[in-house]
Design a protein around this ligand. Structure first.
Ligand code: F3S
Length: 421
C-alpha cells in the first residue's frame, strides 16, 4: 500500500503512541483488503465502549489515556444505558456509572458524545464524496445512499480513523463498488416509516450484501422514510448502499440497471415481514418501543401528536427513543409534555436491544445486571423486531407507528392495515 509522508510520520510515532497504534491497525486493514492507498476522511462515527462488556469501556479509557485525540469531527454510537437517567429503564447504578466512564473518555478525546444510531439528526451530516468511517450500519447506508458520502461497515477501525483522519481506500470508497448489483421493482407503495423498514428488510433478504437499485416508488421518500429503508436492508442483509435514482448522488436514472438480476417486492412481501415478527401475545405485551432508528425531530412531532391527550393502558410501558440533541429540541418545542403526560418514557443513548435487556451478552458479575423477564415487545421497526428476537430472545409484535400507539392506549395489539384494508 502506498503511504503518504503524513501516514509514514504517524507510523513512526511522530504524533504519539496512540496515533501510531491506530495507524498500524489501519495499515493492517488496508493490506487485508488490498487497498492501494489511504484517503482523508472528513468524519467518523465511532464505537461507544459498551458498559455491558466492562473491558470494552476500559479499552476506550486506555485509548484516551494513551493520548488519543480525534482529528476530524467524531460522534459516538449507541450505548448500554441512558446516561442522563438510567433509573428510568431499570438499569443498575453500576451499569450507568460504568457507561459514564466511557462518556468521559470520549470527551477527553474530543468526540461529540451523541451516543446514537442517528447522528445525522444531531447535526453530523457528511456531504457528497466525503470519505467517512462508521461503526453503525444504519449510518453507513444513509451516508452512502442518501448523502453520497463514502463509507464501509466498520468496527473499531472507525475510532482509529477518527484519531488519524485516514482510512484505507477499499470497498465503497471505490467507484467500482458503488454500482448497482440488482434492480428492485417495488409494486407496494410503503405508508409510513414502519412500512419502509419492512420494505428494506425484504430487499436486504433478497439481495444480501448487494447494491440494490430501487424503482417503482410512486413518490419521493422523505428523510425519515429513507432512514428507515436503509436500516431495514442493512439488518436482514449486509447492504451498505442502495441506489434510488433522483435521490442517491449522482444517480438520476435507472439506466445502469439494464441486464441486472431483478427482484420484485409486492404488498405480500411487506406483509410477510410484519407477520414474521408477530409472534407475541396480542394482549400480553409489556413494552411498546417507538423510535428505531432513534427518532428524528419530525418523528417526535408525530409521536407527540399521536399520544396527545391520551393515556397508556395499565401494565404497558412505552419507550420513545431518540438522541440527546433531538430530545432537547423536542423538550424545547413542548413535544415531551404530551408523551410524558400519556405515561411514555423518552429515552436517549440506548434502546431496548442495546440496554441491559439483552440476553446474548455476559456482563461482568460485579455489575449485577439481570435482564428482566419480558413477555412480548411491540415495535414499529423491522430492525428493532429482528434484534429483539435475536438479542432479547422474546416474542415480538410489529405494526405501523400509528397502530403501535393505538395498541399502547388500548392494551390490545392493532395489526398493520393491509394495502386493501
Ligand atoms: Fe438504533 Fe437500537 Fe434501532 S441502536 S437502529 S434504535 S435497534
Amino acid at each position: 500500500m502506498r503511504l503518504s509522508d503524513h501516514d509514514k510520520a504517524l507510523l513512526a510515532g511522530d504524533q504519539g503512541r496512540a496515533a501510531q497504534l491506530a495507524m498500524e491497525a489501519l495499515v493492517q486493514l488496508g493490506e487485508a483488503y488490498d487497498a492501494p492507498d489511504m484517503v482523508d476522511i472528513g468524519y467518523a462515527h465511532v464505537h461507544a465502549g459498551m458498559a455491558l462488556y466492562k473491558g470494552d469501556v476500559e479499552l476506550i479509557e486506555a485509548t484516551a489515556e494513551q493520548g488519543a485525540r480525534m482529528v476530524v469531527p467524531v460522534s459516538t454510537n449507541i450505548a448500554n444505558a441512558d446516561m442522563g437517567d438510567w433509573h428510568s429503564t431499570g438499569a443498575p447504578d453500576s451499569l450507568g456509572q460504568l457507561q459514564k466512564r466511557a462518556e468521559a473518555a470520549h470527551r477527553a478525546m474530543g468526540s461529540a458524545t451523541s451516543f446514537t444510531c442517528t447522528p445525522y439528526w444531531a447535526g453530523h451530516w457528511p456531504t457528497w464524496n466525503m470519505h467517512i468511517a462508521s461503526i453503525e450500519s444504519g449510518v453507513t447506508v444513509f451516508a452512502n445512499s442518501v448523502l453520497g458520502a463514502r463509507a464501509n461497515r466498520d468496527g473499531f477501525f472507525a475510532v482509529y480513523a477518527g484519531m488519524t483522519g485516514r482510512y484505507p481506500r477499499f470497498g465503497l470508497h471505490l467507484n467500482a463498488n458503488r454500482q448497482a448489483t440488482h434492480r428492485v421493482r417495488v409494486t407496494a407503495p410503503p405508508r409510513g416509516t414502519a412500512d419502509f423498514t419492512a420494505l428494506g428488510y425484504a430487499i436486504g433478504t433478497a439481495v444480501r450484501n448487494g447494491v440494490p437499485l430501487i424503482t417503482g416508488l410512486p413518490f419521493r421518500p422523505g428523510l425519515d422514510d429513507l432512514d428507515a429503508l436503509g436500516v431495514g436492508m442493512a439488518t436482514s442483509g449486509g447492504v451498505a448502499m442502495f441506489i434510488l435514482p433522483g435521490v442517491t448522488p449522482p444517480y438520476d436514472s435507472d439506466a445502469d440497471a439494464a441486464g441486472l438480476p431483478e427482484v420484485a417486492i409486492a404488498e405480500a412481501d411487506l406483509q410477510q415481514v410484519f407477520d414474521g415478527f408477530c409472534t407475541g401475545d396480542e394482549t400480553g405485551f409489556d413494552l411498546v418501543h417507538l423510535g428505531c432508528p432513534h427518532a428524528s425531530f419530525e418523528e417526535m412531532k408525530h409521536y407527540a401528536a399521536l399520544f396527545a391527550g391520551r393515556r397508556i393502558a395499565e401494565g404497558v410501558e412505552v419507550w420513545v427513543t431518540t438522541n440527546r440533541v433531538v430530545r432537547q429540541m423536542a423538550r424545547d418545542a413542548g413535544l415531551l409534555a404530551p408523551l410524558l403526560a400519556a405515561g411514555a418514557k423518552v429515552v436517549s443513548d440506548t434502546c431496548p436491544i442495546s440496554c441491559h435487556f439483552a440476553r446474548t451478552c455476559s456482563p461482568d458479575a460485579s455489575l449485577g445486571v439481570t435482564p428482566p423477564k419480558i413477555r412480548t415487545i411491540l415495535v414499529d421497526s423491522a430492525k428493532q423486531a429482528h434484534y429483539v428476537r435475536d438479542m432479547i430472545q422474546c416474542p415480538t409484535l410489529f405494526t405501523s407507528s400509528e397502530r403501535a400507539v393505538e395498541s399502547a392506549i388500548s392494551g390490545r395489539f392493532v395489526p398493520r392495515a393491509r394495502q386493501n384494508d
